[in-house]
Design a binder for this molecule. Structure first.
Ligand code: GTP
Ligand code: MG
Length: 208
């Protein structure tokens, strides 16, 4: 059965950029539940966010990986059956880009940890990971950090369209084992085809 078969149909009805922040002073008020998108640079955070919001150009996808040093907040209103719900999706700057100075890396850490560690509105952090790659220390550390804080992470595999179905299934199984997460905490998606988007919306709305 396809993963989406049991997921409710979620439709984004409106989306807007709320804020772009270089630090806490520019964070929005935090009166709506927030979900943060974390992951290596180029993993597809902005693309997936745009797909969820039903507006491909909403979040800027980067021609220059690793250049974004800002937090982008987007309010998305969606319709689930007869209900309307609003959430804020937060596009975090990507990590792990090699051509970044030590100083810039430290600035990234201060900004991202300053948000993740002190944000009452934050309901969930999703960790995005390219389905073709092995998990590295950075992903394990992030998953562990989230588990220790009592917020069970959701590992979202990206770019599934890049693999043939058989290979895709094998990679999903291998990464689920490697992440040591409970069943249902690993989802496979493609921003290009929309694969897994309904299931992801379902998982996000369960957390807000
Ligand atoms: P940073 O902002 O640098 O951290 O990158 P990001 O994680 O936001 O990645 P972004 O969404 O900018 O995507 C990076 C590249 O991957 C772009 O060229 C996208 O078009 C491509 N991409 C993203 N998602 C998918 C996908 O599901 N399938 C395919 N084939 N390409 C994708
Ligand atoms: Mg991005």
């Amino acid at each position: 059965m396809p993963a989406d078969a049991a997921a409710p149909r979620v439709r984004a009805v409106s989306a807007e950029r709320l804020a772009t922040a270089a630090g806490p002073a520019q964070f929005p008020p935090g009166d709506l539940p927030e979900i943060a998108f974390a992951g290596r640079s180029n993993v597809g955070k902005s693309s997936l966010l745009g797909r969820l919001a039903g507006r491909r150009g909403l979040a800027r996808t980067s021609a220059e990986p690793g250049k974004t040093r800002l937090l982008h907040f987007y309010r998305v209103e969606c319709a689930v059956q007869d209900e309307r719900r609003s959430v804020v999706l937060v596009d975090l700057p990507g990590y792990g880009y090699a051509k970044v100075s030590k100083q810039e890396r430290a600035r990234w850490r201060t900004l991202v940890e300053g948000y993740l560690g002190n944000r009452p509105a934050l309901r969930a952090v999703i960790v995005l990971h390219d389905v073709r790659r092995e998990l590295a220390d950075a992903e394990h550390e992030l998953l562990l950090w989230l588990a220790e804080r009592g917020s069970p992470a959701l590992l979202v595999l990206t770019k599934t369209d890049k693999l043939a179905p058989m290979q895709r299934a094998l990679r999903i199984r291998a990464l689920t084992e490697a992440a040591e997460l409970p069943e249902g905490h690993v989802l496979a998606t493609s921003a290009s085809t929309g694969d897994g988007i309904d299931a992801l919306w379902g998982a996000l709305l369960d957390r807000v």
